[in-house]
Design a protein around this ligand. Structure first.
Ligand SMILES: [Zn+2]
Length: 271
């Protein structure tokens, strides 16, 4: 039952992410000046013909399938991005629940709810970066503040809670410092400013220095795997425009959920 409800929640928030990222980008773009792009009360439109969408068109995944991937009004194809993001969000919501690394007591459940809000923001950032190679400052900053407050709320009252907070901050500065150094050394050629800024948030999330190093390692590995075929076929350089944010975010989600198990497993086999 929980699994069903969480999947539905994930699908709906995936649909929200699609709309949110589109509006966030178009607001600065001014292309759809006649359309209400408010995140709160704006209506969803077809990006091609700007026709307002009906309730049935907005049902996650099923709406897309029923329409055969084409707009009801102008027959232009609707990007596969929509169902993919909806399914991916549902999957990450489900994984978070099934492999939740904390307990399901009162504070554990509060943390799970806060994690779902953060996860929605992180997927939005990854999608934005994937599409436009930018990690919007406002969103990065809002999520950083949200998670800092969450950490304080969750940890306050625990024995030596400030030690845990300090460890989180150090972990944040490790990724931030590492990327900032690369940014300075390469004069911004090897890594984007957005990746530097999001580094602090990602370190805060994974909460230990070892996890921070693992995030950098796994994200680099994922990024390399992704760009290798392109480099071989088109002889692109590694630094040619590949968004690094989605890999960083994916690595962070994996380490947040599985980090402690991974380290336990590794220390077990290395003995
Ligand atoms: Zn249309």
């Amino acid at each position: 039952m929980y699994i069903f409800l969480i999947s539905i929640l994930g699908l709906c928030l995936g649909s929200f992410i699609n709309a949110f990222v589109f509006r966030l980008h178009e607001k600065s773009n001014k292309k759809y000046s006649k359309v209400n792009l408010s995140i709160v009360n704006g209506r969803s439109i077809c990006p091609s013909c700007e026709h307002e969408l009906g309730p049935l068109d907005l049902v996650p995944v099923i709406g897309w399938l029923l329409l055969g991937g084409k707009c009801r009004y102008c027959s232009k194809s609707i990007s596969l991005q929509y169902p993919i993001i909806e399914l991916l969000t549902a999957l990450l919501f489900l994984f978070s629940f099934l492999y939740w690394p904390y307990d399901f007591g009162a504070s554990g459940l509060v943390l799970l709810s806060l994690w779902y809000i953060l996860l929605t923001g992180l997927i939005s950032l990854a999608l934005y970066d994937f599409k436009w190679l930018i990690l919007p400052n406002k969103l990065v900053l809002s999520l950083t503040i949200l998670w800092l407050i969450s950490l304080i709320i969750i940890n306050i009252g625990y024995h030596q809670y400030y030690m845990h907070l300090i460890l989180c901050l150090i972990s944040g500065f490790i990724i931030f410092g590492f990327f900032y150094s690369i940014f300075i050394i390469s004069e911004g050629k090897w890594i984007g400013g957005g990746d530097v800024k999001i580094g602090f948030l990602l370190g805060l999330i994974v909460a230990t220095p070892i996890n921070s190093l693992l995030v950098i390692f796994i994200a680099s590995l994922l990024g390399t795997f992704y760009s290798l075929p392109g480099m071989v076929v088109n002889k692109k350089k590694l630094s040619s425009h590949i968004p690094f944010g989605p890999f960083l975010i994916l690595a962070t989600i994996l380490i947040f959920l599985f980090g402690s198990k991974l380290i336990a497993f590794y220390s077990h086999i290395s003995i």
